[in-house]
Write a protein that binds this ligand. Structure first.
Ligand SMILES: [Zn+2]
Length: 146
């Protein structure tokens, strides 16, 4: 783990990554990565609740360190690429807490008592539908659910 602000060699950074994986285990690393991606997807859509933000901050208490880890992760992908298994796993996202979609995969906008309508698909729980829509393969599922 870095103890100072000095720029570290790529080998040192990779050693720290291995140390972290050994300390936490692959399953926990995957769980945290899914929560990180879920948080990021909600954040980009302005859907982070106080509960989700609190849990994210407990998991990553130093925002600067998380930003550096994100940058290093991006650099590793740039220079070393990813296996197909890693590429598929990277798309996994989860919410640590109650998702704003409440399990419906839909974010609804409320315009008044009893008046609401679909505002957007949940960026975490409707990823497959969103991806299909972007690829032009959109199909409404039975019951109008995304
Ligand atoms: Zn959701």
């Amino acid at each position: 783990m870095p103890a100072n602000r000095r720029r570290q060699s790529p080998e040192q950074v990779r050693d720290w990554i291995v140390q972290g994986v050994e300390r936490l285990g692959l399953e926990e690393i995957g769980r945290r990565a899914a929560f990180r991606r879920g948080y990021r997807l909600l954040e980009m859509s302005g859907l982070v609740t106080a509960q989700i933000a609190q849990r994210h901050e407990q998991r990553f208490p130093v925002a600067r360190r998380l930003a550096v880890a994100d940058q290093q992760s991006g650099n590793n992908v740039l220079w070393f690429g990813m296996s197909e298994q890693t590429r598929r796993r990277n798309g996994e996202a989860a919410v640590d807490g109650d998702c704003p979609c409440r399990g419906t995969r839909q974010i609804r906008a409320v315009y008044g008592e009893g008046q609401d309508q679909l505002a957007m698909l949940c960026p975490v729980h409707a990823q497959a539908s969103i991806r299909a829509q972007r690829e032009g393969n959109w199909q409404e599922l039975p019951g109008g659910r995304a």
